[in-house]
Design a protein around this ligand. Sequence first.
Ligand code: HEM
Length: 187
Amino acid sequence: MNLKRSLVFAAFIALGAVPILTASCHKDHSNPTAPMTFYDTLGGTAMVNDPAHPGTMIEKGRLGLRTVVDSAIFIIAGDTAINGYFTVLLSEVGQGNLSGFQALSKNLTDFLCVATGAKDFAYTGKNMTDAHNPSANARINMKVAGDDFDEFVVDVAASAKKNGLTDAMISRVGALLNSLKTTVVQR
Ligand code: HEM
């Protein structure tokens, strides 16, 4: 399988039938006084069918974030400005090995779930400093430059737009990512 076909395949597996994200006012009903989090705005804990795993359910907020993450990985893989950081991943996928893609999808989704206020998930990956330091993470080729960070945010925003997030939600995602810039950018 060539690289492009492999990536299409990976995205197909990951996304299933791409759901269109809609805003929701669902919130934590176990604690009605809790303020509405960004995760709630994205759909929160309402259970919906998981299109990537027929017969299983997933929180709507998590599904929305996972959809944005998987589609962002696909966009970044085709973005020659920054895909040079991801050659380990691209080489694996090119050989039909999706394990690294699935691990990255899970870690990024967990990270964003927690960062947006989800209560039912935990992030178990590397901290943001180690994840983006080639000395601590052999899966990244080099330390991230500031301009490349900005391009990454552009790609994530494009993914969010493609998957139906409103401009207000996209701004919130952008602000969240940008708040981590000084940790991720290490040169
Ligand atoms: C705020 C923005 C970002 C967040 C929240 C983020 C988050 C993450 C997370 C959670 C991981 C997985 C860590 C693990 O495996 O334990 C990761 C890995 C990685 N990140 Fe980032 N990241 C950000 C920005 C960037 C940027 C700007 C680049 C490069 C332009 C980048 C390149 C990578 C690479 C190459 C990996 C390894 C991928 C792999 O496992 O194959 N990240 N990042």
